[in-house]
Ligand binder design. Structure first.
Ligand code: SME
Length: 155
């Protein structure tokens, strides 16, 4: 739809920024402010054998997160999208903000290697649908392309 198109083009525009942190900081803001009912939107970097919080919008986040823990840890282990309709039903869920009720965690993979995750939290149960997931998969793909194009690196 129109809203997705606008958000996607804003993400594209910020991905032309050669500075990775500046680019991802603005993208976290585009996502957080562009969609309704989010209480956290941002990135976790795969760094030094764990997940380290990157640019984000929302309340202060848990960091570091070991690969063995939480929804974000499972996203890393499985290298697959984690879409959680009810975080209270997930034993392993790490609550950074007690308001969170659903979560979407999407891997960013460059040359077969997972370099970061996009993580989104919502105070509404089942906030994330197929359409939202597909938009974030596209964003992850675009971030991976920019990473190569700008020769970004994680350390
Ligand atoms: N809920 C995540 C932790 C990250 S915060 O949501 C920002 C998890 O269970 O891994």
């Amino acid at each position: 739809d129109m809203k997705n198109t606008v958000i996607n083009s804003q993400i594209q525009a910020f991905l032309s920024d050669p500075d990775m942190i500046a680019s991802l900081a603005n993208i976290s803001s585009v996502i957080y402010n562009g969609y309704t009912d989010l209480n956290w939107a941002g990135f976790y970097f795969v760094k030094g054998g764990q997940l380290i919080v990157g640019p984000f919008q929302g309340k202060p986040a848990c960091s570091p997160i070991p690969f063995t823990k939480g929804v974000c840890g499972r996203c890393y282990r499985e290298k697959a999208v984690q879409r959680i309709d009810d975080v209270l039903a997930v034993k392993d869920h790490i609550a950074c903000d007690s308001a969170s009720r659903s979560e979407l965690c999407v891997p960013v993979i460059v040359n077969g290697e997972m370099i970061m995750e996009i993580d989104l939290d919502s105070p509404i149960p089942s906030r994330f649908d197929d359409d939202f997931e597909n938009e974030m998969l596209k964003a992850a793909d675009d971030i991976a392309s920019a990473f190569l194009q700008h020769q970004w690196h994680m350390d």
